[in-house]
Design a protein around this ligand. Structure first.
Ligand code: NAG
Ligand code: NAG
Ligand code: NAG
Ligand code: NAG
Ligand code: NAG
Ligand code: NAG
Ligand code: NAG
Ligand code: NAG
Length: 434
């Protein structure tokens, strides 16, 4: 392999080092079948709200016209106080406060009845690292299954990079000339379809603003995708843990999507686009250290007492550095596929997600809110990452509920490099891995 190919792929060495794991892809042109907008595959039955039994005498009933869902039967979250100011809560909610005994809620929120009355700041959820980059058996991918399958399986955080080469925000890595998975709007449309069909689910979208464009550029794709009605607007410019609403509050108001931007947010201009590091801190990003330190990396120099009282994300995706030409200076990072069974495992030393969450929990007195992983469907068993979250949340996990099979990526071909070059690179990468 000539060094010139590596230089071509990594025009900016620093960017290359962080993002190179995504930049060696030959992305297929895949039309998105309409059917993918509705839940499919072997997802948990407790996510299928159509099967949940009705509860007589329910309170806090959701006004069904709030939702555009055509598939889910809407049933009230019972026994959970709805915020009195919310227009979507029917009058019967308020009258329940005079009832002698509250009915027991049977409606799960994010898959669990126990979560309805919990603050978003008091729940651990699994985040798909680079959610849109979904090419099975390709050295460049970070996930095998597409966003709809991710959500059906229990992923509740969607993380990825955005770039704006020509006035349109796109899902690109390193450079849109090298890897382009389509527009942000097209991806968000899929998410919006899923939200409409799953009215009891709360998710977060965490974006990188690689080009540091003005936050107002994000309004159009979110609006055109139909996501604006779902977006949660915080009441303060920074939140400590207890300021987050409960899932029931978010579901009843239908403000079920928290959107964060790593750099360049301005909440006076775009109130729903949260300045990520004012609301959550993170452990080191893109680690190659198998011990995955639980230390705070971003924002830098945040006082420990502040960190203790804010949401945090554990970056638990392991990369290995490989070189094609023997020159360590040209090394780049790719996900460590061969170690996924260990890295995503539910228990073990701190290389495993389970072991690391236990260590971070001991260190910070509570589990991470967000568990960021590559290839979430692999582990010591399929769905072990969700077992880790369930353990952190003190709820049980149905091990038969993971995972779906659809790689509904909708990604487009890279357009700068020739197919032959990309195939060659992939072969080299795969050969060096397996
Ligand atoms: C649920 O119960 C309410 C009140 O009894 C009733 O009006 C409604 O039609 C029921 N919904 C379903 C889906 O059975
Ligand atoms: C539901 O909300 C719509 C729109 O706000 C309203 O027109 C309708 O009367 C409400 N229905 C109930 C049962 O509250
Ligand atoms: C919800 O949580 C609050 C505070 O944690 C508690 O006072 C209340 O009883 C809970 N309600 C239900 C229905 O669990
Ligand atoms: C929820 O809060 C309780 C009380 O602070 C804490 O013990 C528990 O670890 C928290 N769970 C999560 C998932 O944050
Ligand atoms: C965890 O154990 C594996 C082997 O079982 C080892 O390769 C790895 O280095 C260990 N990780 C740590 C952080 O000790
Ligand atoms: C837990 O994490 C801390 C901080 O990253 C580290 O210093 C410590 O060695 C870890 N504990 C274990 C048992 O690995
Ligand atoms: C998980 O599922 C995939 C298929 O999606 C399979 O190839 C893999 O071997 C399974 N097992 C584990 C332990 O991840
Ligand atoms: C975990 O849940 C069980 C009930 O399922 C409860 O008895 C126990 O106190 C909970 N533990 C914590 C730490 O919340």
């Amino acid at each position: 392999m000539s060094p010139s190919i590596t230089s071509l792929l990594c025009p900016i060495l620093a960017a290359c080092h962080v993002y190179a794991q995504e930049s060696y892809s030959q992305l297929p042109s895949t039309a998105i079948p309409n059917g993918l907008l509705t839940p499919s595959g072997s997802y948990a039955t407790n996510y299928d709200f159509g099967t949940t039994s009705n509860v007589s005498g329910s309170v806090g009933a959701i006004n069904a016209t709030t939702f555009t869902s055509t598939t889910a039967s809407l049933i009230g979250i019972t026994g959970v106080p709805g915020p009195s100011t919310l227009p979507s809560v029917t009058a019967s909610t308020r009258s329940t406060t005079t009832r002698p005994s509250q009915p027991i809620n049977t409606q799960p929120c994010n898959g669990y009845v126990e979560f309805c009355n919990r603050s978003l700041g008091n729940i651990s959820m699994v985040v798909a690292h680079n959610s849109p980059f979904v090419i099975p058996r390709n050295a460049a991918s970070n996930q095998a299954l597409g966003v709809i399958t991710q959500l059906n399986d229990g992923i509740r955080g969607l993380q990825f990079e955005t770039q704006m080469p020509n006035d349109i925000l796109r899902l690109c890595h390193t450079s849109c000339n090298l890897l382009d998975a389509g527009t942000l709007q097209a991806y968000l449309q899929k998410v919006a379809g899923w939200l409409a069909a799953n009215p009891y689910e709360v998710i977060a979208i965490m974006m990188g603003n690689t080009d540091r464009v003005s936050p107002t550029n994000y309004i159009q794709p979110f609006e055109a995708a139909g996501l604006l009605p779902y977006l949660y607007t915080p009441t303060a410019s920074t939140y400590s843990l207890d300021q987050w609403p409960t899932l029931a509050q978010m579901i009843l108001s239908n403000k079920r999507v928290v959107v964060m931007l790593d750099y360049g947010a301005n909440q006076e201009e775009v109130s729903w686009l949260l300045d990520q590091f004012r609301y959550q801190w993170q452990t080191p990003f893109s680690p190659t250290d198998t011990s995955f330190p639980c230390t705070a990396q971003r924002p830098p120099n945040q006082p420990e007492d502040v960190s203790r009282n804010k949401m945090y994300m554990l970056n638990h995706n392991l990369n290995i550095a490989i070189t094609l030409n023997g020159n360590p200076g040209d090394a780049f990072l790719i996900p460590a596929y061969t170690l996924l069974n260990e890295v995503n495992a539910d228990s073990g030393n701190t290389t495993t997600l389970g072991g690391n969450v236990a260590n971070c929990t001991a260190m910070w007195n509570r589990p991470p809110n967000w568990l960021l992983v590559d290839y979430y469907n692999f582990g010591n068993f399929n769905g072990s990452v969700f077992q880790v979250a369930a353990n952190a949340n003190n709820v049980s996990y149905n091990r038969n509920s993971c995972c779906g099979t659809e790689s509904n990526s909708g990604a487009k071909s890279a357009n700068l490099m020739s197919t032959a070059t990309l195939l060659l690179l992939n072969l080299l990468l795969l050969f060096s891995l397996w």
